[in-house]
Design a protein around this ligand. Structure first.
Ligand code: KG4
Ligand code: ZN
Length: 338
């Protein structure tokens, strides 16, 4: 390709309204993220109707800012990319409708991107040397997938959660110990002053499915622990609960990744998704990969949680394959990775 490809990418699948201009899938010219956290905190979680309305209010200014920050004009763009699933339908629809109108008005090709693929592709931004095939553990608020990345945008799911996603477990436990929303970063902070070995929570395993995950048993174990103390009129140590819970999740994630590395012979292994911004998880994965003699890749924390730069990175590989979407692109809330 003789010219630099500039893609405007839009992400609105949950509670972040985000737009980014990415050049050649790796140069992030702008990365604008409007987080609705403050709006949803009051309710203890994301309220879909409120999220959708907030996206509608913010999408125009967020996209305008992404173009301005990139120092380009809309005419310099080569394509418009947008997350079309999975996610909340009312949230996805705002981004999808906006992207379709924008692409149509400028006569640009449209590229629908899978949000989970976007999370994985966030790794290419800072590690252009990372090339398929490799293994990846995607851990977010809605998804926990152990994946073999066969090629750019081509995935084989090795394992997945049978119930809650890892991030969901963080959010639910945070609520139970009075930390509020969003749970992940708050548990990480509380855990810093706690003892990760204080409470021995169960490391959930699924009989006959060594690569699958289950977090609902752990969540129940934490709730039972809290109730047990409560009934005896005893106080719990919040930092110890946070640290022990976090250690348990990290161990469950890292052990499956280690098994997959051994079984599939990966030489490179990456992490992705909101939970992969967790410092305990990042360092445990780093140590494990070192022990296994595997190169380890992780996006910067800001590229782990929802953003549009990752959508631009994923879209670039679809662009070079000529994989474009029609203007009949629709939101697919339950879109699968593979
Ligand atoms: O990838 P993401 O931004 O959105 C989804 O696609 O779901 O992930 C959000 C999830 C939330 O559950 C949040 O609590 C979790 O990622 N998270 C974390 C941390 N930062 C965000 N979990 C653990 N530790 C963190 N530092
Ligand atoms: Zn996400």
């Amino acid at each position: 390709m003789d010219k630099n490809i500039k893609i405007l990418a839009i992400e609105s699948s949950c509670d972040e309204t985000a737009a980014s201009v990415v050049e050649d899938g790796v140069n992030v010219l702008s990365n604008v993220i409007y987080s609705q956290i403050d709006i949803h905190t009051e309710y203890g979680g994301v309220v879909p109707e409120i999220a959708s309305r907030a996206h509608m209010e913010k999408i125009n200014p967020v996209v305008d800012k992404s173009i301005k920050d990139a120092g380009i004009c809309p005419d310099d763009l080569d394509a418009v990319a947008v997350t079309f699933g999975p996610g909340l339908v009312g949230s996805l629809l705002v981004g999808v409708s906006f992207a379709k109108a924008y692409a149509y008005a400028l006569g640009l090709p449209l590229i629908g991107v899978n949000h989970i693929s976007g999370h994985i592709c966030a790794n290419y931004i800072e590690h252009p040397g990372l090339k398929p095939p490799y293994g990846c553990l995607v851990v977010s608020g809605g998804h926990t997938h152990l994946v073999r990345v066969a090629d750019y945008g081509v995935y084989e799911v090795i394992g997945r959660t049978m119930d809650d996603a890892a991030g969901e477990a963080f959010d639910k436990v945070a609520r139970a110990i009075g930390l509020g929303y969003p749970g992940g970063p708050k548990i990480q902070k509380a855990a810093q002053s706690g003892n990760p070995s204080a409470i021995d929570f169960p490391r959930g395993k699924i009989e006959g499915s060594p690569y699958d995950f289950s977090f609902s048993g752990l969540k129940s174990a934490v709730l039972n622990y809290l109730n047990g103390l409560n009934m005896k009129g005893q106080e719990y140590n919040r930092a110890d609960v946070a640290a022990s819970f976090q250690a348990c999740v990290v161990e469950m994630l890292v052990s499956r990744a280690r098994l997959a590395i051994r079984e599939f012979g990966f030489k490179d292994f990456a992490i992705a998704g909101g939970v992969s911004s967790n410092s305990a998880f990042r360092s445990a994965m780093e140590d494990m990969c070192k022990e296994e003699g595997v190169a380890f890749y992780k996006p910067s924390p800001v590229l782990c949680t929802d953003n549009a730069a990752m959508i631009g990175a994923a879209a670039y590989h679809e662009y070079i394959k000529g994989n474009f979407s029609g203007l009949d692109l629709n939101a697919v809330p339950g879109l699968k990775l593979a």
